[in-house]
Write a protein that binds this ligand. Sequence first.
Ligand code: HEC
Ligand code: HEC
Ligand code: HEC
Length: 487
Amino acid sequence: MNTFLKPKWPALAMWLAAGLACQGVAAQGQDDLAAKGAYIARAADCAACHTEPGGKAYAGGYAIASPLGTIYATNITPSKTAGIGGWSEAQFARAVREGVSADGHRLYPAMPYTDYAGISDSDIHALYTYLNQQVAPVDTPPAHVTQLGFPYGIRASMAFWDLLYLKKPSHAEVDPQDSLARGRYLVDVLGHCSSCHTPRNLLMATDSKRYLAGGDVAGWHAPNITSDPNAGIGGWSEDELAGFLKTGHAAGKAQAAGGMAEAVEHSLRYLSDSDLHAMAAYLKSVPAQADPAVSQPDYSYGQPPAKTYDLDNAQSRTSLDAASASTPIGAALLASRTYTDLPKVTEGARLFADACASCHQPSGAGTEDHYYPSLYHNSTTGAATPNNLVMAILHGVDRKGADGPTYMPAFAQDMNDEQVAAVASYVASRFGNPQLKVDAGTVRELRAGGPPPALKAMMPWLLALGGIVVLIVLGLIIHLLRRKPRR
Ligand code: HEC
Ligand code: HEC
Ligand code: HEC
């Protein structure tokens, strides 16, 4: 027996065990960091834009229809050739917070870096760790590259825009105990709610003076979500707001379709209840922005009949059965119905009976479980503008919330502009805002993605003006050059 080694064995064993444990702790620390990064990526909804529907996670290619042309999100997988695999953390931070890519080219604000500008250093570190360690590298670049027409195609011009509109907020940690500060961070910075819910100015930057007062996004209207009791969400309880963010509906108030459905499906439904409540509490504290055109809450219009179901009506009875048996299955059954047989009538009441009443009930009061919502007390039918009512009829509702899937068919194929206008006018006048009249021209414009922004409409004039300025400057230069030899 080797007495020389004997006393050393336990020490060596302890040293080895300690080393292994340390490695374990370090690996655990990396895992925790990556898990934190995954949650930040959810809250910031990075995957929604950087993943093409049906495509590989974060491999890019998702097309964002901007009024100035289509902008494609890029590959942000850790691929060394096609993604951000070779990027340092500082380069990554600069792209996410300042809109400048690793090679120095400016990004378009379709990537919401003006909101992400406030992401804390530790959250950037977690995001960087998550993307590099837990996302599978994809070496194929997206099939499409962004190429905007002149003059928007000049990326360098974004430097001027950034100078005007990119703020340099603090990157300090938010105190997790301070619920309002956490709520603000989630709404303003990670959730980039402002990118849709704040109106944009002439140069298409969000108008900070009208923070969260409502904005237009490709035909949809992202409503006023300030604390104003009429124009905003001042009349919602904190629970209603948090529940809406989690599931996409608040009974007797609103449903999420369009971009809001995507935010719920890809991001908000995954957030913790305490984070959702922090967001709701913060929203209720946002200074009210009144709208002179809105004198009562959108969802306070009309009185539904006392009876929710019209049981004397055979059609209503059938859909009640389908709805109450199992709502998602009922939805699938009803969705499998095609509406191509809709007679080409332009009479709102008949169209409603044929295309809508099976779910929303002939009375318009929906089903008792609210799966098929009441069209009374509904921020879409009571709104001052027809956008979301028309867009919901054209594109339907298709969303997964924390409580499961929700589906309403799209009628864009089955109804022409006159029919959509007729049924929308009927729905508004009978269940919602009776002042709202929808005409076929409005439907046509919304079908095409809404009115173009002022910048686009003005561009030919701006270019002409720019051309004149260039001519004057050229003229001056020629004039000066001509004078020189004479001296
Ligand atoms: C609303 C859509 C949207 C969201 C949300 C979004 N991005 Fe982007 N991102 C884009 C688009 C579009 C581009 C390309 C912009 C361009 O080409 O000018 C981009 C570019 C980038 C780039 C630069 C890549 C390169 O090769 O230059 C990085 C890095 C990036 N995003 C990371 C992120 C991260 C991290 C998140 C979440 C915190 C995120 N993005 C969320 C749309 C989005
Ligand atoms: C991509 C654009 C987009 C983003 C991002 C977005 N929203 Fe929305 N939001 C909408 C649209 C569009 C509607 C209207 C949906 C409808 O009526 O079907 C809406 C509706 C809402 C409503 C219901 C308001 C009402 O009066 O009916 C609330 C509350 C809301 N959003 C909160 C938020 C919050 C909080 C965030 C950030 C976490 C957010 N939204 C991010 C587009 C967006
Ligand atoms: C197959 C059943 C079904 C049919 C048919 C149907 N809907 Fe819906 N509708 C729904 C469901 C489900 C929702 C979303 C509920 C939710 O988000 O919780 C909805 C939501 C709505 C909303 C609110 C959308 C928003 O974005 O706020 C309106 C308005 C509406 N429907 C009107 C109509 C009209 C008008 C028709 C007929 C042209 C119609 N619906 C046909 C099931 C249906």
